[in-house]
Design a protein around this ligand. Structure first.
Ligand SMILES: Cc1ncc(COP(=O)(O)O)c(C=O)c1O
Length: 280
């Protein structure tokens, strides 16, 4: 709903939205719905993005839209490069930090903080539903943008505000993110360990500059993903199979998503479960 509110408030048929192919469906749908021309660029392909930006130099507004951490691949965007292109072609940057908030950056602000572009990204959207353990969309931007959203975002205006109990949960989670960095450090250690074990088992992980806790075990065939997910489930590990159309044809996978409160024994159990998994 936050993604819908942002794009429908800031873009219309006079504008062009450039969106990474692997960006979350909620942003792709919002881009289509707002009436702007939508140009999808190949995943993390900033050369292609630049050619598109050149081509649409006359549009009223250009918005570059991406996830920070890609939800099904666990790799990350090159935000410094996107911001440099935005500066060169006078575009607005919109970054969905759903999987970065609370997880990445020294203070847990996300990939923008980690890649040192907090001051350059125009609009950051996030959710309280992942690291914050609650529900609710979050938008951070300069005050004029926020005022525009408050007055124009129909998905905000025409829905009930979050109840106080939920807001209290979010506030407590934000406090924990600020005051308990050890959770992030632990999660990063676990991510590194599991990623190494997964690669040893012969899975090829999407190339990434940041070892995030989203780790896809790409099987290709849907049946293989279901078999692997079932196998892990029998070993006490909940890791769902993700199949087309959520991912591209022949790119089915089991999606591991780690949490900081997993014990070493849990991770041993996961790694042992791979050892006895059906062939990748
Ligand atoms: C990148 C991304 N953006 C947005 C969302 C939507 O968040 P929510 O489920 O809190 O509405 C998700 C996942 O659900 C996501 O992975």
């Amino acid at each position: 709903m936050a993604n819908l509110g942002v794009l429908t408030s800031l873009a219309n048929q006079d504008d062009v939205i450039f969106i990474d192919k692997l960006t979350h469906a909620s942003l792709i749908d919002a881009a289509r719905f707002c009436g702007a021309t939508v140009r999808v660029f190949p995943h993390n392909n900033t050369e292609k993005l630049e050619r598109l930006l050149e081509r649409y130099a006359d549009a009223r507004r250009r918005l570059i839209v991406t996830d920070s951490v890609f939800s099904m691949d666990g790799d990350v965007a090159d935000l410094p490069k996107l911001c440099a292109l935005a500066a060169k072609y006078d575009a607005i940057t919109v970054v969905d930090e759903a999987h970065g908030t609370g997880v990445l950056g020294e203070h847990g602000s996300g990939l923008c903080e980690l890649q040192n572009v907090t001051d350059q990204v125009d609009i950051v959207i996030s959710t309280a539903s992942k690291a914050l353990g609650s529900l609710g969309g979050i938008v951070t931007a300069q005050e004029p943008v926020i005022k525009t959203l408050i007055n124009h975002a129909r998905s905000l205006i025409y829905t009930t505000a979050p109840p106080p109990s939920q807001v209290a949960c979010i506030a407590a989670a934000l406090d924990a993110i600020t005051s308990e960095p050890q959770r992030r450090i632990r999660l990063a250690e676990l991510s590194k360990r599991v990623r190494e074990a997964v690669m040893q088992k012969g899975f090829v992980l999407p190339a990434t500059t940041v070892q995030t806790p989203i780790i896809p075990l790409i099987t290709g065939e849907s049946d293989a993903a279901i078999a692997l997910s079932t196998h892990l489930n029998q070993q006490g590990i909940h890791a769902p199979a993700i199949r087309p159309p959520t991912v591209a044809p022949n790119a089915a996978r089991v999606r591991l998503s780690l949490r900081c409160d997993l014990t070493d024994e849990h991770v041993d159990q996961l790694i042992k479960a791979f050892a006895s998994a059906p062939k990748a």
